[in-house]
Design a binder for this molecule. Structure first.
Ligand SMILES: NC(=O)c1ccc[n+]([C@@H]2O[C@H](COP(=O)([O-])OP(=O)(O)OC[C@H]3O[C@@H](n4cnc5c(N)ncnc54)[C@H](OP(=O)(O)O)[C@@H]3O)[C@@H](O)[C@H]2O)c1
Length: 329
């Protein structure tokens, strides 16, 4: 290891299964170039709501759990065949199967990396990968219908998203607008209506006043082709009543079948829970949308690495306006 790379680093570690986080001194990770691994000096990372219970969704065991699925940083060392070279400014979503980026150095694979948008600060860049990729995959992979923002078949189609004022939801609105969906229906709470409309939603439903089911029942033609649920629980149950026959309902939080209202009659609705996958090629396309000004990130607040607990509490309060970022170096 080069002499400028320290032998140990600061690392926020989770004491799984407890949600307890502690700042520890750990050995600096060593990349395996044969496996496509790059050593990254982390500048910023973003936390994700709910990540402290993600271990309940997976079957594998990990050596250590470090939060921070979003990473923005500089390549320190790279496999010789990698398109990413030392000094490159990059960002990525680090998969849950490996330690995240709430530490001084982390590891990212060629297949996960993309170039950091040139027009974003390090703090803004860390807000993008997980949320934007999840939104992209919900619209263009998990829907099972459309293949990308250039797919002309979105013409005349309607999509609804729950928690549209949240980090993933606002990316769904923005990317759906780029793609040209006819209607983008977003749910949000008091005071966030204008914000969600500014991100591309064409209609708003305040979930504190009305459910999506009630809203759809008010007027003929309001049902949608695709619902993307970003909140689970009652939001997911309420979403069932606004999907058209033959439509699709996907949730990134819980099983739609488990949340289906008893006795509800729907015809040919496909539904499933999904977990996004880190994909550098998709993230590179998102970089393009950001650099063209078609999509913008949303940064709630920035904490130093040592402020990890306060930052986590803010994220888990579930009303942050955008991502909460840890500044690592
Ligand atoms: N499966 C996957 O691969 C995957 C990937 C990414 C994220 N996720 C999960 O997706 C969820 C969303 O993540 P996120 O980062 O977008 O979260 P977030 O930014 O914390 O979401 C906050 C939003 O939730 C809304 N909200 C709060 N209480 C609500 C309620 N009772 N009903 C409806 N909406 C409510 C808030 O709306 P107002 O402030 O307007 O009231 C707020 O805008 C999290 O559970 C996360 O773990 C899963």
């Amino acid at each position: 290891m080069a002499s400028s790379i320290p032998a140990t680093i600061r690392s926020v570690n989770q004491d799984v299964p407890a949600p307890t986080l502690t700042l520890q001194t750990r050995p600096t990770p060593v990349p395996n170039f044969d496996a496509g691994e790059h050593l990254i000096r982390v500048h910023t990372t973003a936390l994700c709501a709910g990540e402290l219970i993600w271990h309940t969704y997976v079957t594998f065991k990990k050596e250590e759990t470090v939060p921070g699925p979003d990473m923005a940083g500089t390549v320190v060392s790279a496999p010789p065949s990698s398109p990413f070279k030392p000094g490159d400014q990059v960002y990525a979503r680090i998969p849950y199967s490996r330690p995240g980026a709430a530490r001084d150095y982390t590891i990212a694979l060629t297949s996960e990396l993309a170039r950091k948008p040139a027009n974003l600060s390090w703090e803004e860049a860390a807000t993008v990968p997980l949320s934007a990729l999840t939104a992209w995959q919900a619209l263009f992979e998990q829907s099972g219908v459309w293949t990308g923002p250039e797919d002309a078949r979105v013409k005349g189609k309607r999509v609804a998203v729950t928690a549209a004022s949240g980090s993933v939801g606002m990316w769904v609105c923005q990317i759906a607008k780029v793609a040209g969906f006819e209607a983008i229906v977003g749910t949000c709470g008091d005071g966030n209506e204008e914000f969600v409309l500014s991100k591309g939603a064409t209609e708003i439903v305040n979930y504190r006043k009305k459910s999506l089911t009630e809203w759809a029942a008010e007027k003929e033609g309001r049902k949608v082709d695709l619902v993307i649920d970003c909140f689970g629980g009652k939001s997911l149950t309420d979403a069932w009543g606004c999907v058209k026959d033959g439509g699709v309902l996907v949730s990134m939080v819980g099983s739609p079948e488990d949340a289906k209202p008893a006795g509800l009659e729907v015809k040919d609705v496909k539904s499933h829970f999904f977990i996004m996958e880190p994909k550098g090629d998709q993230l590179q396309r998102i970089t393009g949308l950001v650099e063209q000004g078609k999509c913008t990130p949303l940064l709630d607040s920035v904490f130093p690495l040592e402020g990890f607990q306060e930052a986590t509490d803010k994220v888990e309060g579930r009303h942050a306006k955008g991502k909460v970022v840890l500044k690592v170096c």
